[in-house]
Design a binder for this molecule. Sequence first.
Ligand code: GTP
Ligand code: MG
Ligand code: MG
Ligand code: ZN
Length: 374
Amino acid sequence: MKPYILIDKKNELEGDFFIPAQICDEKILNFIIEKGKGLLCVSAHEDDLLKRGFFKLPSNGSKTNFFITVDYGKGTGISISERCNTIQKISEGLSIKDFVYPGHVNVLGAKEKRWGHTEASVFFSEHLGYKPYGVIIEILNSNGDSHDFEYILELSKKNKLEIIDIEDLYKEYVKKRFSIDTSVKLPTAIDEDFDIYTFKNPYDSREHIAIVKRPFKESIPYLRIHSECATGDIFHSLRCDCGEQLENSLKIISKKGGVLIYLRQEGRGIGLNNKVKAYKLQDEGYDTVEANLKLGFKDDERDYFAAYLILKALKINEVKILTNNPKKYEDLKRYGIKIKEIVNIYGKVNKYNKKYLFTKAKKMKHNLKLEGVE
Ligand SMILES: Nc1nc2c(ncn2[C@@H]2O[C@H](COP(=O)(O)OP(=O)(O)OP(=O)(O)O)[C@@H](O)[C@H]2O)c(=O)[nH]1
Ligand SMILES: [Mg+2]
Ligand SMILES: [Mg+2]
Ligand SMILES: [Zn+2]
């Protein structure tokens, strides 16, 4: 097996070589130490290490969950063959008493609710069918810098090594853990036969919900993915079209059967405070995209992976989606949901939301039919 390169685009912007500890051999180890040059570590579940008597190194704010370093056997511990042997013995589940410490192999504990190279490497080892122990080492470029993506890309091309984003591994990790928490009847003014579902959601630990109306009269359910908009959904704000979109979607779902997924993504994912700041900037002349950028965000911070997980949990693979926003169905398609039909869903255009809608049509490719937008 060849080592993988695990990149972490979100936090440390680093690339690590990775191999499952169980199949670590001297040739691969020599390669990743020579080419990686970072700190050679074995990663394991934190509670597994604690159970075996491994103990944490004292930490004064370190982000990495270091345990005591170890050697197996009585040699110097540093040769490739000795470190390979130590790695193997750690992956065989020996207790700390079988090791000499401190030693020459670093040990990292993977923690719940954290996702870095440590956690990704433990999960990936299991995902590949090996025991949950990974070997990782940061990749430093020729001047010793660890944040050089160009260099990492070069290295992967030259050695034909696969690069994997740990965010994608996280999505695999979550898929197995995302499930329906509970559901209950939710009679509403629009329809007395709705059910509301809540979910156990390790993805972003936000409380997304689904409102479901069965039966799906046209066999394929209508789907509305609705991002939370307190101003529009609750206070009927005229600055956007969300409140009416919510109401109109619920009416269609009530009549034809389907699902409304309510994602806690207020402000296109920037939150309510920041959205109100964005409104203030729009009062000063910025448009809805410029305002986001001015606040240091992307024009749209949302992704719809949670909606995909909810559909999977509800055993729905094909939908007729109510939206004007191509990103919603493009994301769902990418995750493997079949889009049978795309149905526009509008709110009324008024003097307060016209520019907002116009900008979304012009700059965010929303298919909104507004006069003056070709
Ligand atoms: N940052 C920002 N967010 C806004 C603004 N106006 C509305 N929003 C947010 O935009 C999102 C709109 O959600 P949706 O209606 O589900 O999605 P959409 O992108 O409009 O696409 P559709 O499915 O066609 O409605 C909500 O999170 C609102 O809070 C704004 O001016 N700035
Ligand atoms: Mg790292
Ligand atoms: Mg909308
Ligand atoms: Zn809104």
